[in-house]
Ligand binder design. Sequence first.
Ligand code: PEP
Length: 254
Amino acid sequence: MRRALIAGNWKMNLDRAASVALAKAIAEQAKAVEGVDLAVFPPSVYIDAVRETLHGSRVSWGAQNMYPQPNGAFTGEISAAMLVDLGCHYVILGHSERRHILGETDAQINQKILAALAAGLVPVVCVGELLADREAGHTGKVIRQQLEGSLANLSAEQIAASVIAYEPVWAIGTGKVASPEQAEEVHMDLRKILAGRYNATIAEGVRILYGGSVKASNAAELLAQPNVDGALVGGASLKADEFLGIAAGVSRKA
Ligand code: PEP
């Protein structure tokens, strides 16, 4: 049975005090929610402050990005070992904002995923099509390319230790959420691709999250889909009530 994960990507929002306050509120409200894993992804400069707040709570934390090299002359970058040192459990890799605004390629994302896994982090690997891809009927092809490119050279054990997030780009931050049927269709396809590349047991075990304008009022329907194992949440993760409201939408996997 796959345990649901609700992950909050705070992106480049909040200051230190607001990050700590949000973490505190989430940790407090999380006490009332059972049967679901919870994680937050603060801006990297506030991970340490959030860590102090969340330590001992049932909420994990992670980073929004990292660099694949272990150390050296890479000005401005952060290694997997540094994230481990900050107590991170997860790292988001291949988010569409990094793919489309910062030009990250599947090959670069693949290097990051391998480095994250080698350091003991759980990568949350994002894939998702643009609106133009969907309208042209290319969703399946784009998702397959991104998944296969990002996961190149991963062993069965490594994919089993990873989380996938399907995030249609047209649904991120737009208020246009994918329908439960649209999400389920892609999640099923992703699982089929994993079954083909690895095997059915591995494919059945990997958690696949949906991301794109998830909020408390639409989460339950999405999370009720058999292949939707949680949510990667942007905007709605900046409010503790909304974030925990989404977690409360997990019923079937408890
Ligand atoms: C995201 O950025 O991963 C995301 C899903 O954002 P939002 O929930 O704001 O659409």
